[in-house]
Design a binder for this molecule. Structure first.
Ligand code: GAP
Length: 448
């Protein structure tokens, strides 16, 4: 973990938030390379969900949440972790994560009884801080998918089974944030709520577990480092009938990367109940002859049903930690030296190619290198950079370390023959390629 954290800071992937003022626990900022990697991972998820499935729609809803939503979702009452105080050193800990019931800070066993601590961040809304006009920073993106259920159904004419997917920030006031970006207070989730006919939920649950495992493999996670954990009944979240956690061997141990839950009709049912209580007759009732508001007509039976929900929910930060851990390699070279190389899948690499003129500031070389950079950038595959440092060896080392799949050198032969030398990150082999073939070469490399 230390090597990864150090690389992340040194090369500009991830920084402690507010570091110049001593930092804030459980908060991290993504730097120039981190933001590219994060966007690439989110794009891979979005494409696999929405562009590859005509029955899944996207959503980007507000982060500030109405407390009523989180009351009826059960979060106000149950979204808590058990907390203890150490009477000796006055620190606070999650009691379920303690070893031998001892304070991890000072080793004392003199702890208070565990008590529930609600993880939601509350914030004042509007100019008057009267304690009543407040909202929560959402603790999961899922609830706004449920509250928009009817809006999406009515505006996109969906029928079961179908899904609504969202990527966005979630906030949890974790008692003990730790292990770098693994457990933080502000993070992003990639969540799909997949609505199915009740009775078909268990079959869909299995299908989504398989599909999500395949997707993680496509992001470079080796199946050897993954285990499935069938969450026991007494550990299930309040909304879940069954959850399979995708566990990854993180540098600090085997922990949850993604949870895939069968949320049944808990959320839609619960919000419907509230709509009934408020006697809301807005357009949610349109075409709905049943009492139940957040329902949909089953195409086969014409019955109004409250669908069951299968929810694959993954954390972006945990995904990035796992992907970087997989990609991080230190290799022994034949010349006795070693190189650090980040063998990221090319579609995730923050920089897709570096174009390097052999000689720094040589007008002709730099002009041709700029031309090459611009023509590759136009492909819109991600960031291409022109590296006008004149030190090829140093350039290779830096780009190995940040996971750039290709370095393209423009030398004096390039001026004459219109060729460039491509150096492959993983094999370190070099190949001379016609400049007018570079676009195809890069497309093939990135898209596989
Ligand atoms: N909507 C369901 C839900 O939120 P969860 O298991 O609490 O379920 C889903 O969270 C995923 O969000 C987790 O598998 C994890 O990847 C990520 N996650 C949860 N809490 C996190 C935290 N404090 N820091 C980073 N990621 C977190």
């Amino acid at each position: 973990m230390d090597d990864l954290v150090s690389l992340c800071k040194r090369r500009g992937f991830i920084f402690q938030s507010g570091e110049i003022y001593g930092g804030m626990q459980g908060m991290y900022d993504f730097g120039p390379l981190g933001v590219e990697l994060k966007n690439n991972l989110k794009q891979a998820w979005w494409s696999s969900m929405i562009y590859e499935n005509d029955n899944i729609e996207g959503l980007d809803a507000a982060i500030l949440s109405n407390p009523t939503v989180l009351r009826y979702s059960g979060h106000e009452d149950t979204f808590s972790d058990p907390m203890v105080d150490c009477k000796s050193c006055k620190s606070r800990w999650r009691s379920d994560l303690l070893q031998n019931n001892k304070c991890p800070g000072c080793g004392s066993s003199d702890l208070t009884e565990p008590r529930p601590f609600n993880l939601m961040f509350k914030t004042n809304i509007g100019p008057i801080d009267d304690g009543e006009t407040f909202g929560y920073l959402r603790p999961e993106t899922a609830q706004s998918i449920f509250t928009n259920f009817k809006n999406v159904v009515d505006s996109s004419s969906k029928s079961l089974p179908f899904g609504i997917a969202q990527i966005g920030k979630a906030f949890r006031n974790e008692i003990t944030p730790r292990n770098f970006i693994f457990r933080v207070r502000e993070f992003e989730q990639m969540e799909l709520e997949f609505f199915v006919v009740p009775g078909t939920d268990e079959e869909w649950h299995k299908k989504w577990v398989d599909m999500r495992l395949l997707w993680w493999e496509q992001q470079g996670i080796s199946s050897e480092n993954i285990e499935l954990y069938d969450v026991p009944k007494d550990e299930l979240a309040h909304y879940s009938k069954g959850t399979i956690d995708v566990m990854y061997k993180f540098p600090h141990g085997l922990e949850e990367l993604e949870g895939i839950a069968n949320r049944t009709d808990f959320d839609l049912g619960s919000h419907s109940k509230k709509q009934d209580e408020l006697n809301i007759t807005a357009n949610v009732m349109k075409n709905n002859s049943s009492n139940t508001r957040l329902a949909i007509q089953d195409q086969n039976t014409n019955e109004w049903v409250v669908p069951y929900v299968i929810e694959p929910s993954a954390g972006v930060e945990r995904g990035i930690l796992a992907i970087m851990n997989e990609a991080y390699n230190v290799e022994q070279l034949e010349n006795g030296k070693e190189r650090t190389v980040l063998k990221l899948k090319p579609h995730l690499s923050p920089i897709k190619a570096a174009v390097i003129p052999l000689k720094k500031n040589n007008e002709e070389l730099v002009a041709l290198a700029s031309e090459v950079k611009n023509s590759l950038q136009k492909l819109n595959l991600g960031r291409i950079i022109l590296e006008n440092t004149g030190n090829i060896g140093k350039g290779y080392r830096r780009h190995d370390e940040i996971g750039t799949p290709l370095c393209i050198t423009i030398d004096f032969d390039s001026l004459e023959n219109k060729t460039a030398t491509i150096r492959d990150r993983d094999s370190m082999e070099q190949e001379v390629v016609a400049i007018n073939e570079l676009q195809n070469y890069l497309i093939k490399k990135i898209n596989g």
